[in-house]
Design a protein around this ligand. Sequence first.
Ligand code: M6R
Length: 602
Amino acid sequence: MCGIIGYTTRKDNSVEVAVNGLKNLEYRGYDSSGIAFFDGEKIDIVKAKGKIANLDDKLASQDTKACCAIAHTRWATHGEPNEANAHPHNVGKVTLVHNGIIENYAVLKEDLKAKGYSFNSDTDTEVAAAYLDYCYSQTGDKLQALVDACDSIRGSYAFDVIYEDEPTTIYATRKDSPLVVGYAHDGNFAASDISAILDYTNKYSLINEGEFVKITKDIVTFYDKDLNKIEKKSETATWDANQYQKNGYDHFMLKEIYEQPKVINDIFERYYTDCSYKDIDFSKFDKIHIVACGSAMHASLVGKYLLQTYGKIPVMVEIASEYRYSEELITPSTLLIVVSQSGETADTLAALRLAKEKGAYVVGIVNAVGSTIAREVDKCIYTYAGPEIAVATTKGYTSQVAIFSTLALMAMEEKGYLTQETAKEIKEDMLSIEPKINDVIANREKYLDIANDIYNHNDLFFLGRGIDSSVCMEGSLKLKEISYMHSESYSAGELKHGTISLIDKGTPVISIATDEKLFEKTVSNIKETKARGSYSIFVTTENHGDDHSEFADKTIILPKTTDFTEPILTVVALQLVAYETAKLRGCDIDKPRNLAKSVTVE
Ligand code: M6R
C-alpha cells in the first residue's frame, strides 16, 4: 500500500522523472499523491487528492526544475484521503514520504506535543517526520537521527527523507515495506519497487531490513544500524519497461488475462524440463498448512483439493490474518506453504515469520522476484508470471493454481500413486493447455452476452461443489472487486441451509459443474434455485453435452481436461464475465475503488 520514489540527479528533471515513476506505482494506492522537490532555494511541496493525473495538472502550472524530489501515492490508513493527509509531510527540517504504518504513533504524538510540536494532519507519517526532526535536533547527524528514530518507531515503514540543510541528498531505510535503490546514468533512486525506475535503469540493489542508505546524485552508500558501511553489488532486473505498458489492450486486466495461456504453459513446461522444486520431500512433514490472502487463498483452496485428493495429504488452508490463532498447530514437522503474487502482503509475511519461529519449514509460491516473502522463505517457487499491474489478479491466481497442480503431481510421484497411464494423461493435459485457454478466451461474445444479462443486478450467487466451489470463490471475488456488484459464493449443497431465502425472481446464479462425479448433485441444486425464479447461468464441460436448457438460461461450455488444469479454464471464463460486467457498469477496472494491489499493512 502506498508507493514512494525519490530521485536525485545531475540534471534538473527530478520532478518529471519522479512523477513518471509514481505512475508505475499507482497500483499500490491511488487516493491522493504528492511530491516535494528542491527548487534551488527551498523545498516545495505539491499535493493532490485522487489519481496522479490530478497532481500532474497542478504541477503543469508551475516551474518544476529541480535536481532532487521525493514523491508518494497513497492508500489511506490514518485519516481520510485529502491534501492535508497526503504525503510528503514536512516538520521542522525534515520532509519525508512513507509506506507502511507507525503502530505507536499515538504515544509518540503525545510525547512530541509535550515537546512543543504541533500537527496539521491525521496521519501517523507526520508523527514520524516530527519524531525524526526531534532526533535530528538532538544529534545533528542525519543518519544517526534516522537510526534513532527507527529505534523508537514500531510498525512497518519504507522512508525517503530529505533534510532542509542538505536538500539534494535522499536518506532511506525500510522495515516490513519494500524499497529498492536504482542506479541510473544521471542520478540515483530509492523506490518501492523496480517498476518505478525501469524507464531509466534496470540496475538496482535491494535494501535489507535495518539498512540505512545515503543517496546523492553520484554515490549511494549503504550502512548497517551501527552506521558501518556495507558493500553491496548491483543486480540487473529482467523485467523490462514494456511489460508495464498496456500494449494496445484497453486495460491491464485484459492484457493479463490474455497473457495466461503462455504463463501457464511455461510453468508446466518448466516442470517437465527444469524443475527447481522437485526436491521438496513431502514425507518429512506430518501436515501441510497453506496460508495466503484473497485470491491467493482461493488458489490455495484449489491446491488443498489437489494435494488431498491426489497426494492423499491432509491440508489445512488458512487466511493469513487468522493463522496466528492456529499457533498451537504449528510444529517443526509442519510444511507451511505461503502464497503471494506480490510477495509483500503483510499478513502473509507475519504468518511466515510466526511459522519459522515455531520451527516449521516454509515454502513460498511467489511471483515478484526478490520480494520480501521470496527472500524470507526456506524455499521459493517462483511463478514467473511477469509484472501484474491490474489490482484484480488474473494471471497471478492461475499461475499459483498451476504450481499447485505440479506439487500435487510431485506428491503423487513421491508416494507411488502415479501410474504410468495417469502420468501420461496428466502430462499430455498440462502440455496442451495453451490452445485450450486461448479457446476459452476467444469466447468473448458469450461473456459479453452474459454480462449484459447481469450487469444491472445488485446481488448474484456462485454455486459449485468440490474443486468447482473453490473456483466459484475466485469468480465471485473478481466480480465484486471490479464491478462493485454484491456477489456470494456458496457450496451448492449449502445454499438450502439458509441462503436460498435470498433467491428471488430474476436473481442471477452462476453455477459451475465440471466434475462428473458431482454433476447431478450440482444440477439438482441449480434446479432448486430455478424453482424459486433464479436466472441461471451454467458453466460446464463439453462432455456433459450442450443442451442444458431445462435448468440453464445461458451456458458456457469449456473444453474437458483433468482436475490439474480444469480450474484454470473455468476461472478464465469467470474473469472475462467479471471484466465485461465491470466495463458495462463503467467501473475503473484496473484501479477499483478502495483497493490497492499490494497490501502491506496488517
Ligand atoms: O500479493 P498477494 O497475492 O499476497 O495478494 C493477496 C490479495 O491481497 C490479493 O489476491 C487480492 O485479493 C486481489 N485484489 C484479488 O484480485
